[in-house]
Design a protein around this ligand. Structure first.
Ligand code: FMN
Length: 358
């Protein structure tokens, strides 16, 4: 019996297995609109058997985009094409999820393959002023942010709420709030990027305030049976930064506030952090948060084989395994993993003749 191919129920939603496509920016949108690329990219991975696909960081406001080519859900016109993609995903027996995001001080940068490296996009070329908890750059080639004032903070919360309402209209069945990788909500969590002296900075309670307010606004807009995830960077891997202990405390408060799963990544808020990258190097955070905060977790990061994914779920280190680059290499990873692990899963009828027989 494979633990990886056991279903998981979160509130009113049942996922058919534990393999999830991790959110991956495609930098292929115009004015936030999804297009055929997103349909084929997400659609192929639904055909490949993942139980849940979390769509890339999708901006809650135009200024919350990492690059001008990011997907967005800040206006009603974005809904129609998203709905088309999501209906296709559901028709394959997979679940469409969305990662709602605001890039904070890492916004308004170039898409790498458009030839300008990772630098700031000037306003003359379609860039925009960026915001953050404090006026501290991520690194020299990133834009200098303006510290959000009280009205700016209110707008961020309202934008997450409106994006949630549009996500429901677009047929998404899971919402993940992006509070990782050095983007706006993570910037508030970490003392390295948050040096505010008001109620949003300083103490742990103050630094997590914005995330808790966003969670409350999003949860309020969701039906009671709708699962809500939060992705965090469980550590900044840097002295004086956000810590794993704080992640455990935060996760337990998130659980009390109606979050169903913490997706445990790390890093991204410090340009020169020394990260001990290796197979499954972030799984320990998913394991610890699951055990100590009593909340379901997702493990992500250099998980590349069916055996590794199986072990993570079977040993109770995490409830879900998220794959990013391995799913780019092989959209059919879940179908292959099922065969290797001896689980009998349904293949798309169109592909049935290719299904390996015992
Ligand atoms: C092309 C690409 C785009 C990514 N975009 C996002 C994103 O939009 N949101 C996010 O939280 N992580 C993003 N990530 C990080 C992945 O979700 C994942 O956490 C990371 O790649 C580690 O998993 P892996 O070793 O399976 O690739 C991206 C990664 C890649 C390779």
């Amino acid at each position: 019996m494979s633990a990886l191919f056991e279903p998981l129920t979160l509130r009113g939603l049942t996922l058919k297995n534990r393999l999830v496509v991790s959110p991956m920016c495609q930098y292929s949108a115009q004015d936030g609109f999804a297009n055929d690329w997103h349909l084929v990219h997400l659609g192929s991975r639904a055909v490949g058997g993942a139980s849940l696909l979390i769509q890339e960081a999708t901006a809650v406001s135009p200024e919350g985009r990492i690059t001008p080519e990011d997907l967005g859900i800040w206006k009603d016109e974005h809904i129609d094409f998203q709905l088309r993609i999501n209906q296709f995903i559901e028709a394959q027996g997979s679940v469409p999820g969305v990662q709602l995001a605001h890039a904070g001080r890492k916004a308004s940068t170039y898409t790498s393959w458009l030839g300008q490296g990772h630098g700031a996009v000037p306003e003359a070329e379609g860039g925009w002023p960026v915001v953050a908890p404090s006026a501290i750059k991520f690194s020299d080639d990133y834009p200098l942010p303006v510290a959000l004032d009280a009205a700016g903070i209110k707008k961020v919360i309202a934008d997450f709420r409106s994006a949630t309402e549009r996500s429901l209209a677009a047929g998404f069945k899971v919402i993940e709030i992006h509070a990782a990788h050095g983007y706006l909500l993570h910037e508030f969590l970490s003392p390295l990027s948050n040096q505010r002296t008001d109620t949003y900075g300083g103490s742990f309670e103050n630094r997590i305030r914005l995330l808790l307010e966003v969670v409350a606004a999003v949860r309020q807009a969701l039906p009671p049976d709708f699962p809500l995830f939060v992705r965090i960077s469980a550590t900044d891997w840097t002295e004086g930064g956000w810590t794993a202990d704080e992640s455990v405390q935060l996760s337990s408060w998130l659980r009390e506030r109606g979050v169903d799963l913490v997706d445990c990544s790390t890093g991204g808020n410090v340009a020169d952090a020394k990260i001990p990258v290796g197979p499954g190097y972030q799984v320990e955070f998913a394991e610890r948060i699951r055990r100590e905060a009593g909340i379901a977790t997702g493990a992500v990061g250099l998980i590349t084989t069916p055996a590794e994914a199986e072990e993570i779920v079977a040993s109770g280190q995490a409830d879900l395994v998220l794959l990013a680059r391995e799913e780019l290499r092989d959209p059919y990873f879940p179908l292959r993993a099922a065969h290797e692990l001896g689980a009998d899963v349904t293949w798309p009828v169109q592909y049935e003749r290719a299904k390996p027989r015992k």
